[in-house]
Design a protein around this ligand. Sequence first.
Ligand SMILES: *Cc1c(COP(=O)(O)O)cnc(C)c1O
Length: 363
Amino acid sequence: MGRIYNFSAGPAVLPEEVLKEAAEEMLDYKGTGMSVMEMSHRSKAFEEIIQEAEKDLRELMNIPDNYKVLFVQGGASQQFAAVPMNLMKNKVADYIVTGQWAKKAYLEACLYGKANIIASSADKTFSYIPDCSDLPVSEDADYVYICENNTIYGTKFKTLPNTKGKPLVADVSSCILSEPVDVTKYGVMFAGAQKNIGPAGVVIVIIREDLITEDTLPGTPTMLKYKIHADNNSLYNTPPAYGIYICGKVFKWVKKMGGLEVMKKRNEEKAKILYDFLDESKLFKGTVAKEDRSLMNVPFITGSDELDAKFIKEAKAAGFENLKGHRTVGGMRASIYNAMPIDGVKALVEFMKKFEDENLSRL
Ligand SMILES: *Cc1c(COP(=O)(O)O)cnc(C)c1O
């Protein structure tokens, strides 16, 4: 059984090299006589793993010294609560709702204070990014929140919103490491690792130091306090050790590939192959505003539910897995994260062309 092309939105494809290395080290990690899964998170070997992972991530993303990098658990969804609990000093926050993940974050914040929706693309089923150049940012807002790449709908902020001086909090789960970013533009960025980095169970939080305070909302669980994790270098309790180890390997792979500039070029090249085909196809079409298209998640439809189902079934049989759109939106979605090889996208487009030729008459 060979490997298939896995277009899953998450957990998603990992670089083959990383998996092979992890396999080689499975029984005996660098002469320790044990797997990383079996070792103490206080051991020297693991300390090196987590420190090196952080160092490599800092280098890749050019993270300034006044930002902390935290490895935590609870999924990106846990951050929907952690953000307001740590940051809502005035109990006011402004949310830009561009999809389900942003909406969930907004609803969670409503549990803790006054959350306002200051922009939304719900009117057109989240198929675009609203103009965020002059938003009605609340005077006493503790932060402005976005989901930078909308995994389900396939849109991406190409310009960050004008937050009028308020800290920007961004869920970057599905775009982290896909291109260079200016970390200084953010107060907090967080990402569930299972999209563009690899293993589920790790969440990376990159947070400006002045936003890490003792002054959290009353009742904030210890495990949700950024300060606890920052003060303990992400080792307050047992961290998701094996996941962090795999993250570290992915960081090294991205570095070896040439870093984020090269990743961006590769991702643009891959996405262009797919989008160019969608734009010329008589059967398939993309579902989002062209200027807001994500490089990572590419939703498309035929316009017929029946043909969509047929396509997904035949694609699966041909070795293209997980092309079904999110259960709430239907259609198809190809997630083409960093680890998806360009050949996978080329092969998918070839398959789509063939399907189009065979099925155009049915439309
Ligand atoms: C997948 C995803 C989430 C949810 O992540 P969990 O780790 O399952 O909580 C949140 N935000 C975005 C943008 C996602 O893609």
